[in-house]
Design a binder for this molecule. Structure first.
Ligand SMILES: [Zn+2]
Length: 244
C-alpha cells in the first residue's frame, strides 16, 4: 500500500480549485513540465489563486494529495467536460529535465495508479492522458518518448502482480497440510487445509487422510512460494487466481 500525504486545498479555496462534487469515471495522467518536487508542486498549487488544480502529485519519494477524490479538479482544459468534471488527475514530477528522479517518479506513479484502479475494481481502460481531453501535449515526456502504450502496460503488469492468488498443493495428507499451514502462517500468510473426504459428525481426521493445502497470496509471492514448495518435495503445487 503506497501511503498518501495530504496537503489539501482549504475549504475557503474550494470555489477556486475544486468547486464541484465529483463521481470519478477515469484517471488522467500528466507530466508537470517542471523540475520541482511533489512537496513544492503541492505547496504552489494550494497557495496560488489560479483555477488550476489536480488530485495527486507524485515524485521519486512520495505521493501528495491536494484535492479530495469527491471533488473535481481543474486540470484537463476541457471546461466543464468529463476531463475536468469526472476524472482523477495524477501529476508526475521532474518531467522537464527527466533523468533518474523522473524515472523513479514515473515508477512510483505506475504503482500508485495501479493502486487507485484496484481500489475501484477498474482496469487500464479507465486510464486517460491529458491529451485525450483537450489535445494538450501532456504527459509530454511519456508522449515524446513514445511510451504511452508502454506506460499503460506497466500499470497493467502492476495490477496483475498484486492479483489475489491461491497457491494450492492438491495431494497432501492431513499431517502434511497441517505442517504447511503452520509453516506459512508463521511467514504471515493466511492459509488452510481442506479435507479431501467427508467426515461424519465427531469423526477426527486421521494423519494420512487426503487433504489439500491452500495459501492466500498474490501473483508476485506465488512464484517463490511454488519454488520453495517444490524444493521441499511438493512438486504438484499450482496457482490459481482467487475470483471474488
Ligand atoms: Zn497535463
Amino acid at each position: 500500500m503506497i501511503p498518501v500525504r495530504q496537503m489539501l486545498v482549504p475549504p475557503q479555496k474550494w470555489h477556486i480549485k475544486c468547486p464541484y462534487n465529483m463521481i470519478a469515471e477515469t484517471i488522467t495522467v500528466h507530466n508537470t513540465y517542471n523540475d520541482a518536487s511533489a512537496n513544492n508542486e503541492a505547496r504552489y498549487a494550494v497557495s496560488n489563486d489560479k483555477s488550476v488544480s489536480y488530485h495527486y502529485v507524485v515524485d521519486d519519494k512520495e505521493v501528495i494529495q491536494i484535492v479530495d477524490e469527491s471533488r473535481n479538479a481543474w486540470a484537463a482544459g476541457d471546461g466543464n467536460g468529463p476531463g475536468n468534471r469526472k476524472s482523477i488527475h495524477v501529476e508526475i514530477c521532474y518531467s522537464l529535465s527527466g533523468g533518474v528522479k523522473y524515472v523513479a517518479a514515473e515508477a512510483l506513479a505506475v504503482k500508485f495508479i495501479a493502486q487507485l484502479l484496484r481500489e475501484r475494481g477498474w482496469g487500464i481502460d479507465k486510464l486517460r492522458k491529458h491529451q485525450d481531453w483537450n489535445g494538450k501535449y501532456c504527459p509530454h515526456r511519456i508522449l515524446g518518448e513514445g511510451r504511452w502504450e508502454a506506460f499503460k502496460q506497466a500499470v497493467a503488469r502492476e495490477l496483475v502482480s498484486d492479483t489475489p492468488y491461491y497457491v494450492i498443493v492438491p495431494n497432501t495428507a492431513f499431517w502434511q497440510a497441517r505442517a504447511l499451514v503452520k509453516r506459512y502462517e508463521e511467514k504471515g500468510f493466511k492459509c488452510y487445509g481442506v479435507a479431501g473426504k467427508s467426515y461424519r459428525q465427531n469423526e477426527e481426521p486421521q494423519e494420512n487422510d487426503p487433504y489439500q493445502f491452500y495459501i492466500e497470496t498474490n501473483l508476485e509471492n506465488a512464484k517463490w512460494i511454488r519454488n520453495e514448495l517444490e524444493a521441499i518435495g511438493y512438486d504438484k503445487a499450482y496457482g490459481e487466481v482467487i475470483s471474488k
